[in-house]
Design a protein around this ligand. Structure first.
Ligand code: TXA
Ligand code: MG
Length: 315
């Protein structure tokens, strides 16, 4: 059984004890719930891959409470420090050259780079400080499925496979962190909670995009991901017979990402709505999504929807 822990000092202390014993604890961040384990422990990191059914070649993000802690594991230059100062704590992950400092090599899947992130959520911050070390944390869902934005979503996918979940309520941002590679020229490895426009403004250049789905530069960016049970159709204005329609703005449906056409609200609700629509559609059903503009958080929303709609290997 997986324990549901309150986000108070007693819950944080219990979670930190479980982590120190090598256990796995899911915790809220401002983006999605993460599945945390001690990033220095081969056994704990191997248990993360096993609990998710995640391929070992797909590296994990190292979560730390502040920039100073991140500098222990990654090499920062002035450019990386400026980006961190502007966006941390917050929904941005930086991929930087790895500094050998005690991380399990499983975390980075043997790469010479490491992904680091300083989450803003007070429960994530409280847990990192109570634990006192780096936490490897992928999204707390079975590999390839929809990311969790509530404690109940975590339990729906991983109950009995992990020690505990800290319940911090719904996640405010709702899509995963933006991943920015700063090993050479800036590269957008995943659109996410920090709009790319904000990164462009700070860097003075637009980060390179257009990774190849067959040879992804962020190894987790495989075409099919966030897969619900139902089939997903995009850019729908008129639903097909029997299709569960998810509206946005003026395009209406039985559900809506945001009736006001607000991208922040749409991102926050995205994964919850995807699960609710999947339940309504039932086995063999179909979900239609209204068009969402390709600006700001809309880029991250459309990226996740395209992956939810992509053909699934083996199915
Ligand atoms: O918002 C988030 O980032 C959430 C919360 C829990 O922090 N975490 C998350 O982790 O989305 P995950 O494992 O679902 O996605 C991490 C992505 C994967 O696509 C992985 O391939 C990429 O980060 N990644 C990790 N290390 C990398 C590296 N060294 N180089 C390139 N990509 C890397
Ligand atoms: Mg994930």
């Amino acid at each position: 059984m997986t324990d549901l822990l309150p986000p108070d000092p007693s819950g944080l202390a219990r979670a930190a004890d479980l982590l120190r014993a090598g256990g796995l604890v899911a915790f809220p961040t401002e983006t999605v719930y993460g599945l945390g384990g001690d990033a220095r422990s081969d056994l704990a990191v191997a248990a993360i891959f096993a609990a998710k059914g995640r391929p070992r070649f797909n590296p994990l993000i190292v979560h730390v409470p502040d920039l100073a802690s991140a500098e222990a594991f990654a090499l920062f230059d002035d450019r990386a420090r400026a980006v961190a100062a502007a966006f941390w704590p917050g929904p941005l992950t930086l991929v930087l050259p790895l500094r050998e400092a005690g991380l399990s090599p499983l975390v980075t899947a043997g790469l010479a780079t490491v992904a680091v992130r300083v989450p803003a959520h007070p429960v994530a911050q409280g847990l990192l400080r109570a634990f006192g070390g780096p936490l490897a944390a992928p999204s707390a869902n079975p590999a390839g499925r929809v990311s969790p934005t509530r404690a109940a979503h975590v339990l729906a996918g991983l109950n009995g496979r992990i020690a505990a979940v800290l319940d911090g309520g719904p996640c405010a941002v709702g899509v995963e962190s933006t991943i920015l590679g700063l090993v050479g020229d800036p590269a957008l490895l995943r659109p996410g909670g920090v709009p790319v426009e904000a990164l462009e403004a700070l860097l003075g250049v637009s980060p390179a995009t257009g990774g190849d789905a067959e040879r992804p530069s962020a190894p987790g960016q495989l075409a099919s991901h966030y897969a619900p049970g139902a089939k997903v159709r995009l850019e729908v204005v008129t639903p097909a017979p029997g299709e569960v329609m998810v509206g946005f703005g003026a395009v209406q449906g039985v559900l809506s990402l945001s009736e006001n056409g607000d991208l922040t609200e749409a991102a926050a609700r995205l994964f919850h709505i995807l699960r609710a629509a999947d339940d309504l559609a039932g086995p063999g059903g179909q979900i239609g999504f209204a068009p969402v503009p390709e600006v700001g958080l809309g880029r991250a929303i459309n990226d996740r929807l395209r992956r939810a709609a992509a053909p699934r290997p083996g199915t």
